[in-house]
Design a protein around this ligand. Structure first.
Ligand code: WTA
Length: 657
């Protein structure tokens, strides 16, 4: 048995009894033949051609996988393609120009529909506008927009001209924006004046102004006027109104640039184990093939479907499964602005009902909230259009799984629990809904062509039921190719711990803990590194800690995750202040403000506990595990290794234990 100290805190849940997919589903599913697993295994890596075959290539590739220099793999080398062409133009050419590409549901009941033809016009005009501003192939364009149609349009416009985009989640702070732009050497920004949050107008432009002040380069900035008279704004130097700019290029078209399969499609910053966010690099050919294939095989998307992934495009889930995957397949993708409980807690079900949504994909944190709100909200609506449900972002335990299956899926729709990461680009562990049994609580086996295993400290596979590290044994097309800040960090973060270069063994270390059943189904338990998963969003404890220690008067800080009663993870901060400093309310406020300013409100702690000192080992290392146990009210292990054991009682007293 593996030493469990240092594992993620997410509880190991026993999986529930299996469900077979109903016959009506398997009869119509895109992938129904269980021999697909064997085909991929015997024909690996050539099997991945079937993913690439879902795309249109300007020039065919000559090698499926180039593994000459692991871990720097290359997929579909020699091939050329354009992602925007694949997501837009080719659907016009196949006679589907009037098919709806995007249905947008605005915060205040506004609705907009873009056919593939409309999307083609918008993407071309904005691509021409970007060119007009001087954007060239390979220039990184940062996009800092909320869930409005201009966001996917801007992404596709970048893809059309071969300019990688770097989308920064709109809720992140000015500092976070500036850090990411600086790290990516990005001199172009697409943003907006503001957006609505629970009915209030929220100013985004001020954050942009602050970020620009912090950057040395002149940033050409395009501003979408989202709020009109609700937030009048003045454009300064190098600032352009999105719609004026687009109108200046009305009717223009731009030829899609044929990109090498391995050329960068986008960059996505995510939290890592250090304070510096990691710029994950995704390429054009492998990424797009993998998201298209999993949209087809796992999400079972067909062109005639109305498909809805209720995530934010500012994170990887939205990139892969609101924008690139569904649009590559030519389906109708729904995007919505706002929150599930505004104007009422039936917002999502009203949207499903009105649009006759076939496939719905969300996160466990949302499902737990729906469960808490009760069945009366989904019961107000007709959800019978649904065919398949999906979840992503966190472990889902059997109870919410069953609730989702029963109250949203009417006990009829298969549920896919899809495990993947920003770095994997697309789903790598899940059941195939038309083939496999579902086991509530377990994500499933590795997809065909993916070998996912659970290993101990020495890299030996653990016995079924035992906890270990989740690793991937083979490369896959959607994998990140490197980190923008360097190959070394990429190798170090993911390919060192369980690889053995002398033996030519290369294993991708996911950073998650998991167990595996004897039938190969994997139950993911959560992160084992210094990353906390809050409502499906990755936050680095070190990044939060450095925001806390920036505050005058703070000596040291340690941030841990705590499971709330509802099963959500909350942020818990322990802070020691400089000698004699009175930790009054002002310092507490200053801590929250600093986190807000450097990361954003999503990293706000649920609790800040002041302590004279943090518990430390004799070598001076903060005992995070102990702090995590205290936060979770768990039984404390042996504290004798502490240099200052008395502090534990003091912290507990402060917490009121
Ligand atoms: C977690 C989101 C359990 C996991 C796509 C992973 C999951 C991290 C699941 C990646 C799942 C994602 N079951 N845990 N089905 N899906 N995770 O990069 O800890 O934002 O490492 O990508 O989310 O988060 P990221």
């Amino acid at each position: 048995m593996v030493d469990r100290s240092g594992w993620g805190r997410d509880r190991a849940v026993p999986t529930g009894s299996p469900h077979s997919p109903p016959a009506w589903f398997t009869e119509q599913a895109n992938v129904t033949d269980s021999s697909v697993y064997e085909t991929f295994e015997t024909d690996w890596p050539a099997c991945w051609e079937r993913a690439a075959d879902l795309l249109s290539w300007d020039q065919p590739y000559d090698t499926v996988l180039n593994d000459d220099e692991p871990p720097f793999y290359e997929w579909f080398t020699g091939g050329k393609l354009n992602a925007a062409y694949n997501c837009v133009d080719r659907h016009l050419e196949s006679g589907r120009k009037n098919h709806v590409a995007i249905r947008w549901e605005g915060k205040h009941g506004e609705r907009q529909t873009y056919t593939y033809r409309d999307l083609y016009v918008e993407v071309n005009e904005f691509a021409a506008a970007l060119r007009g501003l001087g954007v060239e192939e390979d220039d990184v364009v940062t996009i800092y927009l909320p869930m409005i149609p201009e966001l996917p349009i801007a992404m596709l416009a970048c893809a059309r001209i071969g300019a990688p985009h770097s989308v920064v989640f709109a809720g992140l702070s000015a500092d976070a924006l500036a850090t990411r732009m600086d790290a990516a050497d990005s001199e172009y920004l697409v943003t907006c004046d503001g957006y609505y949050r629970r009915g209030d107008a929220f100013n985004q432009k001020t954050k942009v102004d602050n970020a620009r002040l912090a950057l040395e380069a002149d940033i050409e900035t395009v501003v979408v006027d989202r709020l009109g008279d609700d937030l009048p704004h003045v454009l300064g130097e190098n600032e352009h109104d999105y719609h004026d700019l687009r109108d200046q290029h009305a009717g223009e078209t731009v030829d899609p640039v044929a990109r090498d399969a391995e050329d960068m499609l986008f960059l996505m910053y995510t939290s890592g184990t250090t304070g510096e966010p990691k710029g994950v690099v995704h390429t054009t050919g492998g990424y797009l093939s993998h998201v298209a294939w999993t949209s087809h095989a796992v999400l079972d998307i067909e062109p005639e479907d109305t498909y809805w992934c209720a995530a934010d495009i500012g994170w990887i889930t939205g990139h892969s499964y609101i924008v690139y995957g569904p649009l590559a397949l030519g389906t109708t993708t729904v995007m919505y602005e706002g929150t599930p409980d505004y104007p009422d807690r039936d917002r999502l079900w009203e949207i499903v009902d009105r649009n006759a949504v076939d496939i719905f994909y969300t996160a466990p944190t949302a499902i737990r909230a729906f469960m808490k709100w009760g069945t009366e909200y989904p019961e107000r609506h007709d959800l019978s259009s649904l065919r398949l449900l999906g979840t992503v972002g966190e472990p889902i335990s059997p109870r919410p799984w069953r609730w989702y299956h029963e109250h949203i899926g009417g006990g009829e729709c298969p549920v896919v629990d899809t495990w993947w990461q920003t770095e994997t680009g697309a789903v790598v562990i899940s059941t195939l809904p038309g083939v496999d049994e579902m086991k509530p609580g377990a994500a499933g086996p590795g997809l065909p062509g993916i070998e996912a295993t659970v290993v101990d400290d020495t890299g030996t596979p653990v016995e079924p039921g035992e906890t270990g590290y989740l690793v991937l044994e083979q490369p896959w097309p959607g994998m990140a190719r490197t980190l923008y800040d360097g190959n070394e960090r990429y190798r170090e973060e993911y390919w060192t711990r369980f690889s053995d270069p002398d033996e030519d063994v290369w294993r991708y270390a996911s950073g998650d803990a998991a167990t595996v059943d004897d039938d190969g189904y994997i139950t993911v338990l959560g992160r084992i590194d210094d990353v906390i998963n809050v409502s499906g969003r990755r936050l680095s404890t070190m990044e939060i800690e450095s925001a806390v220690t920036d505050v005058t008067g703070v000596a040291e800080a340690a941030v841990v995750g705590r499971s709330s009663e509802t099963g959500n993870t909350e942020i818990y901060a322990y802070v020691s202040t400089e000698g004699g400093y009175d930790p009054g309310t002002s310092i507490r406020e200053a801590i929250i403000d600093s986190i807000d300013a450097t990361i954003g409100p999503i990293a706000k702690p649920s609790e800040v506990v002041f302590t004279p000192e943090l518990p430390k080992t004799r070598s001076g290392k903060i005992m995070r595990r102990l702090l995590e146990d205290i936060a979770n009210g768990a039984e404390l292990g042996d504290t004798s290794a502490l240099r200052n054991p008395e502090i534990v009682g003091e912290i507990q007293a402060e917490r009121g234990d």
